[in-house]
Design a protein around this ligand. Structure first.
Ligand code: IDP
Ligand code: MG
Length: 136
């Protein structure tokens, strides 16, 4: 069954730095995801730690938070049918080495940490992540 839903996407510092914002946005819009809102921001490490707190017990947590706060990012609300899964498929596997051909991470990712994009992993987390960055 399909349903219209929203998900949060982030273009991470490695991709913003390489001027890949338009290329990545085009992949979403060509695949029937509408960009409902988008802003370029630079968060600090405390904000990154709050956003990624689900990973706080992981060995890479500190590096992950330093990285997400290391430069400008683009945060977006994507909307479409099954947007959470659609976006995850377009992103590809966490490690670009394992990502399928033509996924964003295969095309642009540099390494498991510099993997160009974030995407919510469930509708519940999508709601939380959207409200983290887009407060009405
Ligand atoms: P996801 O981004 O594909 O959902 P998660 O497991 O939620 O992957 O991990 C969040 C982020 O943490 C990943 O996108 C990646 O940048 C980083 N990460 C995940 N696993 C590792 C690791 O083993 N070493 C270093 N960084 C990692
Ligand atoms: Mg994740």
């Amino acid at each position: 069954m399909s349903k219209i839903e929203q998900t949060l996407s982030i273009i991470k510092p490695d991709a913003v730095e390489r001027n890949l914002i338009e290329e990545i946005k085009n992949i979403f819009t060509k695949n029937k995801l509408i960009i409902k809102d988008s802003k370029k921001i630079h968060i600090n490490k405390d904000e990154a730690a709050e956003f990624y707190k689900i990973h706080q017990s992981k060995p890479f947590y500190n590096d992950l938070c330093s990285y997400l706060s290391s430069g400008p990012i683009v945060v977006m609300i994507l909307e479409g049918e099954n947007a959470v899964i659609t976006n995850r498929k377009l992103m590809g596997a966490t490690n670009p080495k394992d990502a399928e051909e033509n996924t964003i991470r295969k095309l642009y990712g540099i390494s498991i940490d510099k993997n160009s994009v974030h995407g919510s992993d469930s509708p519940d987390n999508a709601k939380k992540e959207i409200s983290f960055f887009f407060k009405n």
